[in-house]
Design a binder for this molecule. Structure first.
Ligand code: 3HC
Length: 269
């Protein structure tokens, strides 16, 4: 999702530093940005020179120290509390005292990430939806210490990127994944129990409920490892057995069947 966030920020006119751990990942990210912008060029919603200007505003790096001058940082690494805490500690050391540190986490506590820094008032959740250039929502999560000023600046940034910011308090899975993941998990249980085929489950939800994608297709799109990580957070932190991940979801993740990104999930790609 990091490349999508970089793209919408650069398109809004911001100078962006896109940081990843290897050149290979950065190249992959820039290819995704190029492909996504090219759709708009092909549809004559963006001129070729505008596309070049957007790409030109994105500088790539593997060095976290290159974020030292940033006024706003959006972290979008994998869903793991310790890894995110380490990044927030490092960002707190690296960035200027005025910089806001946001996380694109889908379920991890913003309060815990804020506590890893000396600026918890300037730490906030900025949960974009996939695909980032298309989806209008940013779910903005306030940790217990997040200041009103940080929320106001984040909302303004979202609006400048053409997104609608909707505010929510820090609670496992926030609103989006607290509601979405039980739906996806239930669809996996239905498949697991042989209630219907994958095509029927998805077709029923698509045609019957007007969902743009069926829940199993959506799970493949999000990544089955991501879905499992979120369900584990909901289950552990809310303590309610209704959030227990379906064994079939666990098995697929164990097999490395992670959805679209690995070539196989509930469907083959
Ligand atoms: N970049 C830029 N544009 C894209 C794009 C991308 N990666 N993917 C699709 N688009 C654009 C297309 O160009 C097209 O634009 P147009 O209608 O203006 O010409 C439009 O999106 C629709 O695309 P398609 O016609 O190719 O395909 P669909 O009509 O099937 O739409 C979809 C694709 C927008 C992905 C749609 O299926 C959808 O809305 N799916 C549900 C997505 C969703 O629920 N996302 C949230 C997931 S949860 C999450 O992210 C949170 C996390 O914490 C788990």
């Amino acid at each position: 999702m990091g490349n999508g966030i970089a793209q919408v920020a650069a398109r809004a006119g911001y100078e962006v530093v896109l940081r990843d751990v290897s050149e290979e990942f950065l190249e992959r990210g820039m290819r995704a940005i190029d492909k996504s912008l090219q759709r708009d060029v092909d549809k004559e919603r963006l001129k070729e020179e505008e596309k070049r200007a957007v790409v030109g505003r994105i500088r790539t790096t593997t060095a976290l120290s290159d974020l030292a001058g940033a006024g706003f940082v959006v972290e979008a690494i994998y869903e793991n509390l310790e890894a995110k805490r380490a990044v927030f500690r490092e960002l707190d050391e690296t960035c200027g005292p005025e910089a806001i540190l946001a996380s694109n986490t889908s379920s991890i506590s913003i309060t815990k990430l804020g506590a890893a820094t000396r600026r918890p008032g300037k730490v906030i959740g900025m949960h974009f939806m996939n695909p980032v250039p298309v989806m209008k929502l940013v779910e903005v999560i306030r940790g217990i210490a997040t200041s009103d000023e940080t929320w106001a600046r984040t909302r303004e940034l979202c609006e400048q990127m053409g997104k609608t910011a909707l505010e929510c308090n820090d609670s496992p899975g926030f609103v989006s994944n607290r509601v979405l993941m039980p739906l996806i998990n239930e669809a996996v249980f239905a498949l697991h129990e042989g209630v219907a085929t994958r095509e029927s489950i998805d077709g029923i939800m698509k045609l019957g409920m007007n969902h743009p994608m069926g829940p199993l297709t959506l799970a493949d799109f999000i990544g089955l490892d991501v879905c499992l990580a979120i369900l584990n957070v909901l289950h552990a932190e809310l303590g309610d057995p209704k959030y227990r991940p379906c064994p079939l979801l666990r098995k697929y993740v164990d097999a490395g069947w992670l959805g679209r990104k690995s070539g196989r999930g509930f469907y083959e790609y």
